[in-house]
Design a protein around this ligand. Structure first.
Ligand code: GLN
Ligand code: ZN
Length: 740
């Protein structure tokens, strides 16, 4: 077998989520550590087997983890936070860092670049002292692969990315760079005798780098590159700036993403004049569609015009961690959808096909891709769009007058973000419907009972603006996807989100349309029960897009426009039926921002237009709300302003009024509901505490501009704490109103 392909990592959760089950059993105490470890052994073996069966000359070692690779790396590098040193048992310490216990809060977790995978954030500070390195995990897994006849390449997050993801201030980074590098050097000294390739994952090199980053990069790989067969992998974007540095270091080669970082082509000249091995990330490692192999082959040949084939290898664009395991279990997917798909196992097969075509046969023709899921009605509607479709009828100042007259709410109106507690019983009812155990009629009755209870509950609390409670929704994207054309749902398409948590994103494969209203019945029923204002509740187009696997045969912007049209129809149906306050959630608007500055303006433009298209159908007296699950608006405040929502609710409860100031600084005029308490914890804040928070907000924005609400939906909370918190919130609002 020639060494012409390499895999950057395989989904470790297991074909049937074996790792999830084993972890949860271990945490519950119903499985022993040995049992957990043996599941790890079996999974690794199976995953290596899959790689070598597909013809990969080497398999990925150290891509497995019982929780997270960054956490593993902290252990390996002696970089565990000191606050866990009181736990001596290594396994207990490991899982406590990840999950916390009675005396330790868990480490912070955040998204791995622009994926939906979450890593644990290293806790570095200026005086941080690294402990001993601890390479046993890598050595053991390497040997394990060897025992099974597999040659492993070792995968590790590299020093630049490790420091970058530690989110420490510049001075700490500067102080810790040398000691960190020493840890890596010690590690490589231990790994060197294995005489195998060490692949450093450095996705941070695909971000906008400072000249300081580049000089650290040079120092790091001048040193590490001398220590054996070392390569550097970047992904999710091009890394041209870093490439121009790396080619002058003694590393063996670079692995570059030519799928999401096509601009890496600009480095071909440089690379051709260097002696580096170049591994071409050509199979999309983070989306679920089959590669257009003919197009891939054309691209490979373009690259081969610069770099001799002897110096080339092929790989996936990033670790396959970000895609589901296998299509084998998808028995209920429509054949015309299934044929579009390629999960991790299928991607290995694609890689191997491409390898043969490229290295052995020269040019070969692959069957043309048969993707044609267009809907003529959608297409002609898109063609008919005019600028006015993206603009509300009147400016906000005029709309505000009409809306105030219509709703006649008190100042500092109180409301919630939409969902109320999703109890076990509610989930059981939804599952029973899915399994066909109850009729549609029974189901509706149960949901209506829940809605009626929720409406009564809100009235008894004296909330000003009510919601129906979202009991019918399993998930804010899946609920809509299931009712839209162009979406499909896999049976087993799980992707690890963090630890044992997995998500099953919708598959957005074709033109999107809305055959029937999606929320109208629930909202109207809820409204029929009360004289108070009932707020309709929708998920916005950008969020639906960003939380799905999106077709790649047309620009994302176009797909977003199609979703926007579907949501627009729902907005219009709601307002015509008398629901005059409608919230369009954009929880994932910010997540979709491209990694590099150079691409942000374009995203902002189409994301904004999509939101506008979905909401601008609202008459002046229909009040559009939006909600965003974060608080850092500084860099995108102008975009938020241009979304032209009449009211925006945001998450600021944990930061006093600091993050709200930007709204004041830019002279933001629309209304704002800065969440006044944190729904991520069961804690019930007192009336005084919330009053204080409202006064803090009033230092920044006038009462006429403020709404009072929790900072996100209440679906993960219990009814008891929800009642207590909302009661206090409303009492606080009333007290402040009276004082004004
Ligand atoms: N309306 C949704 C809810 O209340 C919003 C959730 C979110 O922003 N993540 O659950
Ligand atoms: Zn939220």
């Amino acid at each position: 077998m020639t060494n012409k392909t390499v895999v950057l990592g395989f989904p470790r959760i297991g074909e049937k989520r074996e790792l999830k089950i084993a972890l949860e059993n271990y945490w519950k105490g119903s499985a022993s550590l040995d049992e957990l470890k043996s599941v790890g052994v079996q999974l690794r073996l199976r995953h290596w087997q899959a790689q070598s069966d597909a013809g990969m000359a080497t398999v990925a070692v150290n891509d497995f983890s019982f929780y997270d690779n960054m956490l593993d790396l902290m252990v390996i590098l002696g970089a565990e936070p000191e606050r866990f040193y009181d736990i001596f048992d290594p396994t207990r310490r490991y899982f406590t860092m990840a999950r916390g216990d009675a005396t330790h809060t868990a480490m912070e977790m955040t998204k791995w670049f622009n994926t939906n995978y979450h890593y644990l954030v290293p806790e570095l500070h200026e005086k941080f002292q690294f402990g001993e390195i601890n390479p046993s995990k890598i050595l053991e897994e390497y040997k394990e692969a060897q025992t099974h006849g597999c040659k492993g390449s070792i995968h590790l997050v590299g020093p630049i990315t490790f420091l970058n993801l530690s989110k420490c201030p510049e001075n700490v980074r500067a102080a810790l760079f040398d000691p960190l590098l020493d840890q890596y050097v010690s590690l490589l000294t231990v790994l060197q005798p294995l005489e195998t390739e060490i692949i450093f994952h450095e996705p941070s090199l695909s971000l906008d780098l400072t000249s300081n980053d580049l000089s650290l990069l040079k120092i790091a790989y001048n040193q590490l590159g001398k220590m054996g067969n070392v390569s550097v992998a970047t992904y999710f974007e091009h890394s041209n700036e870093a490439t121009s540095v790396l080619i002058h270091t003694p590393i063996q080669g670079v692995l570059l993403d030519f799928v999401h970082g096509e601009k890496n082509l600009r480095s071909l000249d440089l690379l051709s004049n260097s002696d580096k091995q170049v591994t071409i990330g050509i199979i999309d490692g983070r989306n679920v569609w089959t590669n257009d192999l003919s197009a891939s082959l054309r691209q490979l040949n373009e690259i081969a015009a610069y770099i001799p084939k002897e110096r080339l290898r092929l790989s996936t664009s990033c670790s396959l961690l970000h895609v589901p395991y296998s299509l084998r279990h998808e028995i209920s997917l429509e054949p015309e959808v299934k044929e579009l798909l390629s999960f991790a196992e299928e991607k290995l097969a694609e890689l191997s096909l491409l390898e043969k075509a490229f290295f052995e046969h020269g040019v070969i023709e692959f069957p043309p891709q048969t993707k044609n899921h267009t809907d003529e009605a959608v297409q002609s509607r898109l063609k008919g769009l005019v600028p006015d479709d993206f603009k509300r009828f009147s400016p906000f100042s005029e709309r505000q007058k009409v809306q105030h007259a219509l709703f006649s709410l008190p100042i500092l109106p109180t409301t919630t973000i939409g969902s109320f507690p999703q109890t076990h019983e509610i989930r059981k009812v939804r599952q029973a419907l899915k399994k066909g155990e109850i009729t549609q009629e029974n189901y509706k009755e149960s949901m209506k009972t829940a809605i009626a209870h929720c409406v009564k509950f809100q009235e008894s609390l004296d909330l000003d603006v009510l919601v129906h409670g979202e009991f019918e929704r399993n998930d804010m994207v899946e609920y809509f996807g299931e009712q839209l054309s162009g979406f499909a749902f896999s049976h087993n398409g799980w992707v690890q989100s963090y630890g044992s948590r997995c998500v099953k994103p919708p598959l957005l494969y074709g033109d999107v349309s809305r055959p029937d209203p999606m929320t109208l019945e629930w909202s109207l029923y809820a409204q029929s029960l009360t004289d108070r204002v009932m707020k309709g509740m929708l998920t916005g187009p950008v969020t639906i897009l960003n939380w799905s696997f999106v077709r790649n045969d047309q620009p994302r912007s176009l797909t977003a426009t199609q979703i926007a049209l579907a949501i627009r129809d729902e907005v219009d149906d709601l307002q015509r039926a008398g629901i005059k306050m409608i919230q369009v959630d954009e929880a994932a608007f910010k997540e979709g921002y491209p990694l590099r500055q150079e691409n942000r303006a374009e995203y902002e433009e189409w994301a904004l237009r999509s939101f506008l298209l979905s909401t601008a159908v609202a008459e002046d007296d229909t009040q559009i709300h939006t909600h965003m699950c974060y608080s850092e608006f500084t860099d995108i405040i102008r975009t938020i302003e241009s979304m032209d929502a009449d009211v925006i609710s945001i998450e600021t409860s944990r930061s006093g009024n600091r993050l709200l100031r930007i709204f004041q600084e830019v002279g933001y005029t629309q209304e704002v509901g800065p969440g006044i308490y944190d729904i991520h914890s069961p804690r019930v804040p007192s009336v005084e505490e919330m009053e204080k928070q409202i006064h803090l907000l009033l230092e920044v924005l006038p009462a006429t501009q403020l709404w009072i609400n929790p900072d996100c939906g209440l679906k993960t909370r219990g009814w008891g704490e929800t009642e207590a918190s909302l009661k206090n919130m409303i009492e606080a609002a009333k007290a402040v109103r009276a004082a004004l």
